[in-house]
Design a protein around this ligand. Structure first.
Ligand SMILES: [Zn+2]
Ligand SMILES: [Zn+2]
Length: 336
């Protein structure tokens, strides 16, 4: 394990435990320093205990680098591997085993912390056949959302990466997509011509979450009725213990999801756990499809699907109603 490998794995583990961004940043910064430092110099500094003289290397990161160079698994990493392992409950296990992909995740193109290739490598290691890259749309400026032009460039980049998988005989596809903002009037933050080019479109509300209920209901129904929208992302917008659910008439919204073939996302982020249980029950009653998505913004967060699997199991969601248990070809046939 090289220092770079060790630091990357530390970051992965920190991210899957939703550690503070400051802590993650310290290791990300150390990784940059390692990459920019001559390996011989790095080894000498480790030997003489002078790593912390480098700007961006502290005691914890120096320890990881030194032990990795010595050819052992850094103790800090070994401890993290254990402490941050994502639990797969007995109920969640069959659901997790059935998942073939992840339909909602981000990269550095918007507000994610990892490159597309790193997200894909992790998805492959998790046993997935595909992942849908769903970076944010332009309206979400804080998340560095993609406008049409950047999205078009991303599509070319995905094609290039997929061609690489073909060449190497890796049976994995990155499907194209976007987490498109649902604007206040229910229209979508991307032109129809671009939406039509994408394999899978997740639509989410990120602004005016406190809108009055009737207006929010109209807004969401309009969005899920769009023939381009395939999945309704984190429908209530809640953040557990921090932000209440948006107010809307869930009967109308889920009836529309069922009517127009839009799946209801079971968002696995520990701070979201959205929709709440009673809304999963209601969506089930309406005959909706579901998608169990990590909404990962870092490689470690791709490991969060068992959290949503457990919730799906508790509410007895039939596995065949979960669109990302389907092979990519079936998923694509369904999204049109
Ligand atoms: Zn979102
Ligand atoms: Zn997202």
């Amino acid at each position: 394990m090289t220092p770079d490998d060790a630091l990357r794995r530390v970051i992965h583990c920190l991210d899957r435990s939703l550690a503070s961004p400051y802590k993650v940043r310290a290791f990300t910064r150390a990784r940059e320093v390692v990459r920019d430092t001559d390996p011989v110099e790095l080894a000498e500094r480790a030997r003489d205990d002078r790593l912390t003289d480098l700007d961006g290397i502290g005691d914890a990161t120096a320890g990881v680098i030194t032990e990795a160079l010595a050819g052992v698994v850094p103790s800090y990493l070994a401890k993290l591997e254990e402490e941050t392992a994502v639990v797969v409950t007995e109920a969640a296990a069959p659901y997790r085993a059935a998942l073939r992909g992840d339909c909602h995740l981000h990269s550095t193109w918007s507000d994610g912390g990892a490159e597309i290739e790193d997200m894909a490598a992790t998805a492959i290691a998790l046993g997935h056949d595909y992942m849908v890259l769903t970076d944010h749309s332009a309206r979400l400026t804080v998340a560095h959302g993609l406008d049409e032009e950047r999205l078009a460039r991303q599509l070319v980049e995905i094609e290039r990466i997929n061609a690489g998988f073909d060449e190497e005989g890796i049976d994995f596809r990155i499907l194209t997509g976007m987490e498109v903002d649902i604007l206040e009037d229910g229209s979508l933050d991307l032109a129809d011509s671009m939406l039509a080019r994408l394999d899978v479109v997740v639509a989410s509300v990120h602004s005016k979450l406190r809108m009055e209920s009737d207006q929010m209901t109209r807004r969401m129904v309009a969005a899920v009725a769009s023939p381009h929208v395939d999945i309704l992302g984190h429908c209530t917008g809640r953040k557990v213990g921090k932000r209440p659910q948006s107010q809307f008439d869930a009967d109308y919204v889920f009836a529309a999801c069922a009517q127009f073939g839009t799946a209801v996302e079971i968002n696995c982020r520990p701070e979201r756990l959205d929709p709440p249980r009673e809304l999963i029950d209601l969506a089930l009653e309406y005959g909706c499809h579901f998608s169990i998505d990590s909404d990962a913004h870092a490689t470690g967060q791709l490991e969060w699907q068992p959290i949503g699997c457990d919730r799906a199991a508790q509410r007895e969601v039939p596995i065949d109603r979960i669109v990302n248990t389907w092979p990519a070809a079936d998923l694509l046939a369904w999204t049109g």
